[in-house]
Design a protein around this ligand. Structure first.
Ligand SMILES: [Zn+2]
Length: 163
């Protein structure tokens, strides 16, 4: 499978290529192909040190992406705790909002994901692979419900309380 070279700014045309109107793109040297890794779990690509969505050459090396590793090991980077009295009156609306933000953020980056959503005694907790997506979700819920956000770092996990 051809991988589009998004980093190339080379607009030179191959004089022998048919006139398609598309700029000529040189084939990636084999060294670059070896530098591309693909996550065996979610198919994200690691290219130039960045994890992105795309299609990888079939001979790419396999490497679990940080988000899939966190999900596998159950080690979220952030946890949102939404107090029951905030979530209960608008449960459907809040979950739709959460799923909408997840779709946008995960499409932008494979490393922005929700790990789990779980019901606790007095709250709903949402674990995420990154602080950025957690903050977006927490702030959007606060904006919708008028709740307030307080954050604290607990070991390797940022906890965001919405109450
Ligand atoms: Zn992955």
């Amino acid at each position: 499978m051809e991988t589009p070279d998004i980093t190339s700014t080379n607009q030179t045309r191959d004089p022998l290529a048919p006139r398609t109107g598309l700029p000529w793109r040189p084939k990636l040297p084999s060294q670059s192909v070896k530098d591309i890794a693909v996550c065996p779990s979610c198919s994200a690509l690691k290219k130039d040190g960045q994890w992105i969505w795309g299609s990888a050459p079939s001979d790419s090396r396999r490497q679990l992406c940080p988000a899939c590793r966190q999900i596998r090991e159950g080690k979220p980077a952030a946890r949102i705790l939404i107090r029951s009295d905030v979530i209960l009156p608008r449960r459907q609306e809040i979950f739709a909002l959460v799923r909408n933000i997840e779709a946008i953020e995960t499409q932008r980056s494979p490393l922005q994901r929700i790990v789990t959503i779980s019901q606790r005694q007095r709250s709903v907790s949402i674990d995420t692979t990154d602080e950025h997506i957690a903050r977006r979700i927490a702030l959007a819920i606060c904006k919708m419900t008028g709740a307030t956000l307080s954050t604290r770092q607990q070991r390797e996990c940022m906890t965001m309380a919405v109450s």
